[in-house]
Design a protein around this ligand. Structure first.
Ligand SMILES: Cc1ncc(COP(=O)(O)O)c(C=O)c1O
Length: 391
């Protein structure tokens, strides 16, 4: 029934797995037949606190009773409180709220262009990496270094160049005084879970300083505790001028954000805006998520569980021919498979065994569990992965 209805009423855009999810609790979800699955997708890095987290649910409920939406014509307390939390827990500076990752990146790109052109008419070039993913809207799509996403929608924006990820020479060769920004993911998520090398991000910082360009880190997938620190850049000690965040920020409620330091604080009234951006419902959710992630031993636990997960997956890598490599940091982990073993088929088999995983890159099984999982959840997931590997 669901499949028929989808064909009749929904655009045929998503390759969906063949289940309908009704509800979730913690790291588990249930389908319409009452079957339970261990959720190692978490809405693609969104449900950081898992499903049905009581504090998050209560905050959303009580905010909904007070005011679901208030326009940016007025001030609201949740928006100011969340901006303060985001700023003080990241690079400092000021926040603009959007509703998604793509929109956060659009805002970052507009900031970059205004920053550049206010110095010099020809300073508008933006550099991104091959194999990157920054979203589906025109600016974010142009920055996305994967022709398969871009081609059908050309012509795209002017003034973008692409460099090899993790290749300092490639980046150096494209830098010039005409560059206003470099946008990079500290770990390429959709590109197959490819962590940046330290020297690459350090070179990006150095070259942006040399050419007076802004360094933008897209932490839409890697941010919000995903890597075991609040933001991935904190592992590298390389600080961007602009940080973009979305996905996990609202714990499931749509929200995106840009944090920009003083150099990048160039937007003025009328330059940009969003009807829903920073609405009190989304911000009330974001406050709970940030408070939870930064409280007590939350991130330390993510690191411990990550250690266990990576160890167990390395065992699979050593044991099974099909596994080419396990890569990742914290709870963003990829298991690349040999070409003969199709990652999407693998994920479908895992689903049949009760584990939700997704895929990325050429042939990588992608694990993005909620950050609240424990070692027993990891063991359960690895058991299913092993069963699928055994065939
Ligand atoms: C690194 C990165 N940037 C941007 C986006 C786009 O986010 P959204 O789908 O919320 O527009 C994604 C989505 O997967 C992403 O992984």
């Amino acid at each position: 029934l669901t499949e028929q209805a989808e064909k009749a009423y929904l655009m045929d855009i998503y390759k969906r797995f063949p289940i309908t999810i009704k509800h979730g609790k913690g790291a588990r979800v249930w389908d319409e037949d009452g079957r339970c699955y261990l959720d190692f997708t978490a809405g693609i890095a969104v449900n950081v606190l898992g499903h049905g987290h009581p504090k998050l649910v209560n905050a959303i409920k009580s905010q909904a009773e007070r005011a679901i939406h208030v326009s940016n014509l007025y001030w609201t307390e949740p928006q100011i409180a969340l901006a303060k939390l985001l700023s003080t827990n990241s690079i400092g500076g000021k926040v603009f709220f959007a509703n998604s990752g793509a929109e956060a990146n659009e805002a970052a790109l507009k900031i970059a262009r205004k920053f550049g052109r206010s110095q010099n008419e020809s300073k508008y070039r933006i550099i991104s990496a091959h194999n990157s993913f920054h979203g589906r809207t025109y600016g974010a799509l142009t920055a996305t270094g994967q022709p398969k996403y871009r081609k059908p929608f050309e012509p795209l924006l002017e003034g973008f160049d692409y460099v090899e990820y993790n290749d300092v020479g490639s980046l150096e060769s494209k830098m010039s005084p005409d560059v206003c920004a470099v946008i990079l993911e500290p770990i390429q998520g959709e590109g197959g879970i490819v962590p940046a090398r330290r020297e690459f991000l350090e070179a990006a910082r150095r070259l942006c300083d040399k050419y007076n360009a802004l360094l933008i880190f897209d932490e839409v997938q890697t941010g919000m505790g995903r890597t075991g620190k609040l933001f991935a850049y904190q592992h590298y000690d390389v600080t961007p001028d602009i940080l973009t965040v979305a996905k996990g920020l609202g714990g499931g409620v749509p929200i995106g954000a840009v944090v920009a330091n003083e150099r990048a604080d160039v937007l003025e009234p009328g330059d940009h805006g969003s009807t829903f951006g920073g609405n009190p419902l989304a911000c009330a959710a974001g406050i709970v998520v940030l408070e939870e992630l930064t409280s007590g031993t939350f991130l330390k636990r993510v690191q411990e569980v990550s250690h266990h997960l990576l160890e167990r997956l390395k065992e699979l890598e050593e044991t099974y021919e099909a596994v080419v490599e396990v890569r990742g940091m914290g709870l963003i982990v990829g298991m690349e498979l040999k070409e003969e073993f199709n990652a999407l088929e693998f994920a479908t088999k895992a689903l049949k065994e009760g584990l939700l995983v997704t895929v990325s890159g050429k042939n990588t099984v992608r694990l993005l569990p909620p950050l609240i999982i424990d070692e027993a959840d990891v063991d359960e997931a690895v058991e299913i992965l092993e069963k699928v590997l055994r065939g």
